[in-house]
Design a protein around this ligand. Structure first.
Ligand code: NAP
Length: 238
């Protein structure tokens, strides 16, 4: 039980990577607050954790809304009294060449992938700084490191997550709060369902693989900080 007595908030926990991380954290003994917009998906993930003997709270949340994120943290503290780990896995992707890009797609990806991560980090800081301990794991993407045609907006949002996380890590050095970015290559999740001509999904990582990397980052001894972890499918990035 590498996360016994810890309390974690996981955004994007209704499906895909966030759900797998929430389940893996609970298996390692953490109490988990699960956040995403769709209540039934969250409820089923929380129920799965409880059936296995874990502690879980389903808290419908829109990471685009400051009020919603403030309520998520408030309700987590009310239920579990502390917040030790935050994972920002809420996110979305749509792909098109810049020449055809829709401004609303750009705004949506920046709003959820980057601004949503910032809002969640900011909201947990008072509790983590008061505890003088905490681990923040922001979910980036290999798209921020390699040039992928058609992925300019998504890549920009994820490069923003990396730069934001680096600055935040510096701000929190000495405060006992560590900040890392988990940078996966392609992962077979429902994210790909809406994307035309996806790469071979059987060659992608599984969400459970990414969850193991998140457990590694969260369970390190307090004096160590894994600030960037790139996890790729063994056969290549996509
Ligand atoms: N799949 C990949 O190949 C891959 C690779 C690298 C990085 N990533 C990143 O990993 C993260 C998770 O991706 P995934 O593949 O697991 O996607 P997914 O299967 O589509 O799941 C995304 C999750 O985010 C939630 N979400 C979306 N918008 C939200 C909002 N405004 N507020 C709260 N929750 C929201 C969704 O729930 P609701 O719709 O119910 O809100 C869902 O639970 C994303 O940041 C993605 O960019 C994915």
């Amino acid at each position: 039980m590498r996360l016994a007595r810890r309390v974690a908030i996981v955004t994007g926990a209704g499906r895909g990577i966030g759900r797998a991380i929430a389940l893996a954290f609970a298996t390692e003994g953490a109490a988990v607050a699960l956040a995403a917009r769709t209540g039934p998906a969250l409820a089923s993930a929380a129920e799965q954790i409880r059936q296995a003997g874990g502690r879980a709270l389903a808290l419908p949340t829109d990471v685009a809304s400051e009020q919603s994120i403030e309520a998520l943290v408030r309700e987590t503290l009310a239920a579990f009294a502390r917040v030790d780990i935050l994972v920002t896995a809420a996110g979305g992707a749509s792909f098109s060449p810049v020449a055809d890009a829709k401004t609303e797609d750009w705004d949506a990806m920046l709003r959820v992938n980057l601004r949503g991560a910032m809002l969640a980090c900011r909201a947990v800081l008072p509790a983590m700084m008061a505890q003088r301990s905490g681990t923040i794991i922001n979910v980036g993407s290999i798209a921020s490191k390699r040039a992928l045609p058609g992925a300019a907006a998504y890549s920009a949002s994820k490069a923003g997550v990396v730069a934001f996380s680096r600055a935040l890590a510096e701000e929190l050095r000495g405060a006992g709060v560590r900040v890392g970015v988990l940078v996966p290559g392609a992962v077979d999740t429902p994210l790909w369902d809406g994307i035309a001509n996806p790469p071979d999904r059987r060659a992608m990582l599984r969400a459970e693989d990414v969850a193991q990397a998140a457990v590694l980052m969260a369970a390190l001894p307090e004096g160590a900080s894994l600030e960037e972890l790139t996890l790729l499918p063994a056969g290549g990035i996509l």
